[in-house]
Design a protein around this ligand. Structure first.
Ligand code: SF4
Length: 311
């Protein structure tokens, strides 16, 4: 079973939602319900879609320029963002969930699915306008951080959105840092871009998990030999808040790292207990408790199949 911080958060919010997203959903299953669950899991709010457009622009053009040892150009990055934004908005408005037999990968970069289209009247013109303004602001704020960009230009190699995984606590722990920078003679850096209107309080946990994963994972073939990569304590952890324009350097101590390990161990244990060694065929949504929190169901992508199941 795969474990990630986002799956742990989903499990805490609603065990049944976790079951639909992480156990039941499958893009390739013959069972149309399982494929439907996979597609429902792709639904995003406008705010999270806007964040994923920013991630795509950073990994698609900005990191590309830095890898070519050039400072990224504002005009090029904004033009790329506009193209992605318009293509994905057009797809989202058509609602790709209406074409369930079309594999998500076949949409390429143009894929986006919005919660408000599937379950409502779609995003308002004002929401779209705000999302675009925030995409531009996030990119411009990043491009203004010349100190950070110059540090990245000096990296030996950069890896955007590269999955890291290792076995622990009976699960496969997975982390996908936004950016890993390896240097010739110093410890690597892990960078997490955040495009929230307010700062988040658990970025340290996410970065601690990534640092542990970078040390413990089987390295990708193209990762450089890095003798300094023996201790997660050496890895520099940066949270870059793109909308509120703030960079935070997280310096974690042994207690923080132990707390991150405890978090993974506790969360993995509760998930394994919920599964109880059963195969998918022996489980049903009713085996997993519904959300104890008010308001969670209203925003849940899986409410259609959840409510049908419990009708
Ligand atoms: S609709 Fe509510 S109970 Fe059902 S999966 Fe979603 S959050 Fe959980």
């Amino acid at each position: 079973m795969k474990w990630s911080l986002s799956s742990a958060k989903t499990f805490r919010k609603c065990q049944r939602q976790w079951y639909f997203r992480n156990v039941f959903a499958s893009p390739t299953a013959k069972d149309p319900e399982r494929r439907a669950a996979f597609l429902l899991g792709k639904l995003q709010s406008v705010a999270s879609w806007r964040g994923s457009v920013v991630d795509e622009v950073i990994s698609g053009t900005i990191v590309g320029s830095l890898k070519s040892r050039q400072l990224p150009e504002r005009q090029e990055a904004i033009a790329f963002a506009r193209k992605i934004f318009d293509m994905q908005l057009a797809t989202a408005k058509k609602n790709p969930l209406r074409e369930p037999d079309m594999p998500v990968a076949s949409w390429g970069r143009s894929y986006a699915a919005l919660f408000s289209v599937e379950y409502g009247d779609g995003p308002t013109a004002e929401e779209i306008e705000t999302a675009w303004r925030e995409v531009v602001a996030a990119i411009e704020n990043l491009l203004r951080h010349r100190g950070l960009l110059n540090r990245l230009l000096g990296a030996k190699s950069l890896f955007a959105q590269r999955p890291l995984q290792y076995q622990a606590y009976g699960v496969t722990v997975v982390g996908v840092p936004d950016l890993i920078a390896f240097y010739e003679n110093e410890a690597p850096a892990i960078i997490d871009w955040k495009a929230h209107a307010v700062g988040s309080s658990d970025a340290w946990l996410q970065l601690a998990i990534y640092a542990g994963a970078l040390v413990k994972c089987t390295p990708h073939k193209d990762f450089p030999e890095n003798p300094s990569l023996r201790e997660s304590a050496d890895i520099r952890l940066l949270e870059v808040q793109l909308l509120i324009d703030r960079i935070r350097n997280h310096e974690l101590d042994d207690e923080d790292r132990a707390a991150a390990e405890d978090y993974i161990a506790d969360s993995a244990s509760t998930m394994l207990t919920a599964i109880d060694g059963r195969k998918l065929a022996d489980m049903s949504p009713d085996d997993f408790s519904s959300s104890p929190f008010d308001g969670v169901c209203a925003d849940c992508s899986f409410k259609r199949i959840c409510w049908e199941t419990n009708a």
